[in-house]
Design a protein around this ligand. Structure first.
Ligand code: AMP
Length: 272
């Protein structure tokens, strides 16, 4: 397995490859969720490249950029065992220049929900994914439904900028008890982890209820009864294009939650 430390090395590696590339962008601290994307990519492409880059431009001041878990050696081992061909781990210094050309997330869909609570976050995500796509030039790129709004915006960017890349949507991997896997789960104490579980429970309950009622207020009320978090940032009901909806549309609904448990900000969602 090749380790590519700079865009220059990655571009050279890419040029020498003859075949389709499946690409899995990550911020590292890899878990089974990431691994499921990697395995899917391996089954569908000639070569697979994983990037591990804690992208500073998608963190807001005061967020967890400095303490975000970094476990590069363990991540390399996971990738190697899975059969990844190359891991791209650039530094912020060789990915960014000063005063560079910027990408803006769409004014509405990029600034609601996650974009409202983390203004500018998606500008940074799209900036870095744009760079990564141009460096790796994949045929397919793999993203998790766990970050549903991110997935939607990346698909928009691919459309708007005419990238010749297929975006593959991947299911959310969960612990046995339902907690969505996240690199940030390591921040949770035992007590917080128990309460974090109320997020996936509320979503599961909402999914079950939505087969009986399409009434969002009714569903939301039950979700609020279940939730045991410290700060609920949003419960939202949107269609697959991230338009707010006022009743459940089976096959075209995503219910999303963002909440803080202790100091840890968690997101999760369910697709109805
Ligand atoms: P991250 O390292 O958190 O930026 O995530 C990298 C990719 O893995 C993104 O496309 C995420 O949506 C995806 N991902 C994160 N957690 C999960 C999960 N529990 N199940 C499936 N995919 C996930």
């Amino acid at each position: 397995m090749k380790i590519l430390n700079s865009p220059k090395e990655a571009i050279e590696f890419r040029k020498a490859l003859n075949g389709s590339i499946g690409f899995v962008p990550t911020m590292g601290a890899l878990h089974e969720g990431h691994l499921s994307l990697i395995e899917k990519a391996i089954s569908e492409n000639d070569f697979v490249v994983v990037s591990i880059f804690v992208n500073p431009t998608q963190f807001l001041p005061g967020e967890d950029l400095d303490k975000y878990p970094r476990r590069l050696e363990a991540d390399f081992e996971i990738c190697k065992r899975a059969g990844v061909d190359a891991v791209f781990t650039p530094t912020a210094e060789n990915m960014y220049t000063k005063d560079e050309v910027l990408i803006k997330a769409p004014k509405i869909k990029g600034y609601i929900l996650e974009g409202f609570n983390r203004p500018g976050h998606f500008d940074g995500v799209l900036q870095v994914v744009n760079k990564l796509f141009n460096i790796i030039k994949p045929a397919k790129a793999y993203f998790g439904k766990k970050d549903a709004q991110q997935l939607y915006l990346i698909k928009q960017m691919v459309k708007n900028f005419f990238f010749d890349i297929e975006i593959v949507e991947c299911e959310t991997k969960r612990e046995k008890d339902g907690l969505a896997l996240s690199s940030r789960n390591v921040y949770l104490s035992d007590e917080e982890r128990k309460r974090a579980l109320s997020i996936s429970k509320a979503l599961k309950r909402a999914a079950k209820l939505s087969s009986k009622t399409k009434n969002i207020e009714e569903i939301k009320k039950e979700m609020l009864d279940i939730l045991d978090v410290d700060e609920l940032q949003y419960i939202a009901f949107v269609d697959r294009d991230f338009n707010y909806i006022n009743k459940i549309k089976p096959g075209d609904t995503i219910i999303l939650i963002a909440a803080k448990v202790g100091n840890t900000r968690l997101i999760d969602n369910i697709w109805i």
